[in-house]
Design a protein around this ligand. Structure first.
Ligand SMILES: *Cc1c(COP(=O)(O)O)cnc(C)c1O
Length: 383
């Protein structure tokens, strides 16, 4: 007899037959890259979040690179982001030769702490991350940006479907652009993929150039040499997404509202189950917003945080696919070599010490949630 034990990952994609059919269908079309599905997907995402334009990329990371380029981030410029993010948020600034600074986070949410944001006249860009899907205080950040003539690009990789002051993240009231990722653990997937939304036509055009080698047939610098003529005007990349991926994205997008609704219901159930538990705290939703709950982070109380390494391994062997989000970016060896030191953002270092992400995805059942609680309490009670 084979014994198959239960294992719940911290996040995973939800693909159904409709998605599979959508991908299969596009394979018999004339275009499998650079066809109509890309534009359709871009328009639908922009419409969903309430922005004018969308430009899709082959990853969230390349999308961020494109957005920072479109803004004009360059050598000698400075940007500020949070250390509580995936490395890509900061790396995209380094790709362009900018200087990256980090601002500490709020203890209860892990979001960038606007009260600690110190911009100056060299600060060109501030990139907040809506950590776990919980919106940052955009208005406060925008006030600081405005005082220093800096611009905001939102890393919304966790926040597709989240709201701030009643408007979706991506509606761009306080920012120039916002990025969403379609990696399989995110809210909807295209395999790999990402998008930038913006309301600005100039950014829109620069984003399109950047993702396709910096090549254009419009606004030529030299006389047009013939119908074949194109110009490479910037050092762009091949960051294009395919029609195959966008067919999947369009099919997934139909289900996004129900995915977000399920995530919010699961979070509400977890909040109820974990109320007053002796082991850990949960992240508080921004009272001015609605989280899209990409993650459900728990923050271990000190006694347990001191044993996180063993607790992590034990939970894994009990079938709970916990994960840690995130190692403070500037503690990575590459950033240490740039001169960043431990102690730079003490609240984030403490957050990192306490944080565990427990399973959160739309198809978790009530039985799964009970399994999560049972395993957590079992392991924690050993300490
Ligand atoms: C996933 C993620 C990215 C990068 O997106 P990819 O599509 O994986 O390249 C950037 N920032 C954050 C916060 C993310 O979670």
């Amino acid at each position: 007899m084979i014994f198959i034990s239960k294992f719940l990952p911290y996040g995973k994609q939800c693909i159904d037959q409709e998605d599979i059919d959508a991908v299969a269908d596009v394979l018999s079309e004339d275009f499998i890259t650079q066809g109509p599905k890309i534009t359709e997907f871009e328009e639908e995402i922009a419409k969903y979040v309430g922005a004018k334009y969308g430009v899709a990329f082959n990853s969230g990371t390349s999308a961020l690179h494109g957005a920072y380029f479109a803004l004009g981030l360059d050598k000698g410029d400075e940007m500020i982001t949070t250390p509580n993010t995936f490395v890509a948020t900061a790396n995209a600034g380094l790709y362009l030769g900018a200087k990256v600074n980090f601002c500490d986070v709020e203890k209860q949410t892990g979001n960038i702490d606007a009260s600690k944001l110190e911009a100056n006249e060299n600060t060109k860009l501030i990139t907040p991350v809506h950590y776990s899907g919980n919106p940052v205080n955009l208005k406060e950040i925008a006030d600081i940006a405005e005082d220093n003539d800096a611009r905001i690009i939102e890393d919304g990789a966790h926040a597709l479907g989240a709201k701030y002051n009643g408007k979706k993240i991506g509606s761009l009231k306080y920012s120039e652009m916002a990025m969403f990722s379609f990696h399989p653990v995110k809210h909807i997937t295209t395999g790999e993929g990402g998008i930038i939304v913006t309301n600005d036509e100039e950014y829109y055009e620069r984003l399109q150039l950047f993702r396709s080698h910096g090549i254009t047939k419009n606004n030529l610098v030299n006389p047009r040499d013939g119908d074949w003529y194109y110009e490479m005007q910037h050092l762009g990349f091949n960051y294009r997404i395919t029609d195959i991926q966008c067919a999947l994205g369009l099919s997934q997008l139909k289900k996004l509202d129900s995915f977000v609704e399920n995530r919010r219901k699961i979070a509400e159930k977890y909040n109820g189950m974990f109320e007053d538990n002796p082991y850990f705290d949960v992240v508080k939703e921004n009272p001015d917003g609605e989280s899209a709950y990409h993650l459900y982070p728990i923050l271990l109380k000190e006694k347990y945080a001191n044993h996180k390494k063993e607790i992590f391994s034990k939970l894994r062997s009990e079938g709970l696919g916990v994960q840690v989000h995130y190692i403070p970016v500037y503690l990575q060896p590459y950033y240490q070599n740039l001169g960043f030191n431990k102690g730079l953002c003490p609240v984030d270092e403490e957050f990192y010490k306490r944080e565990l992400s427990i399973p959160m995805y739309p198809t978790l059942t009530d039985e799964d949630l009970e399994f999560v609680q049972e395993k957590l309490y079992k392991v924690f009670s050993e300490y």
